[in-house]
Design a protein around this ligand. Structure first.
Ligand code: OFO
Length: 168
């Protein structure tokens, strides 16, 4: 069993992961609208992974004999200026998710809930990978993204991403 405080923060995190899925899915729609199908595929796959992140938390809360409290998911908000600006917003978003995960880790530690503290390690590592992956795309967009032909090549590269269900 986990404390009510930990139950609530894990439920909040489930909401954040599903919000992330919505955000990436709306970005995927935007990229499809402007004909950038590689960017669209990449963000759609990321959206699926975010649902997986939410579901891993969901199963954990149930396994700990606690309660799921699903809340409303806010509409996804982002500005559509350019692929670079969208990826910069993704980076900021992922940084905010990293801070939220850090808080879960700190709270579980101060609650002497070592099982949750151990569980959340997977998310800490996942956030390092996500921030790095997004920051590499931003660097490429900054270096070459002004040129349409380079953008086309980056779009093609992103179209190679395949969905791999995250394994906890
Ligand atoms: Fe679930 O990692 Fe991104 O948001």
């Amino acid at each position: 069993m986990i404390s009510d405080k930990i139950r609530d923060v894990l439920n909040e995190q489930i909401n954040k992961e599903f919000y992330s899925a919505y955000l990436y899915l709306s970005m995927s729609a935007y990229f499809a609208e402007i004909g950038m199908y590689g960017f669209s595929k990449w963000t759609k796959i990321q959206s699926k992974e975010e649902i997986d992140h939410g579901m891993i938390l969901f199963e954990y809360v149930i396994d700990r004999n606690s309660q799921i409290r699903l809340a409303q998911i806010e509409p996804p908000l982002f500005e559509v200026k350019s692929p670079l600006s969208v990826f910069e917003q993704i980076y900021q978003h992922e940084r905010s998710i990293t801070s939220a995960i850090d808080c879960v880790a700190q709270m579980s530690e101060s609650d002497c809930d070592l099982a949750t503290r151990n569980f959340i390690d997977w998310y800490l590592k996942e956030q390092i990978e996500e921030e790095a992956m997004v920051s590499r795309i931003i660097s490429k967009l900054k270096a070459f993204g002004e040129e349409k032909s380079a953008l086309y090549l980056i779009d093609r590269e992103l179209s190679h991403r395949e969905y791999n269900q995250p394994v906890y």
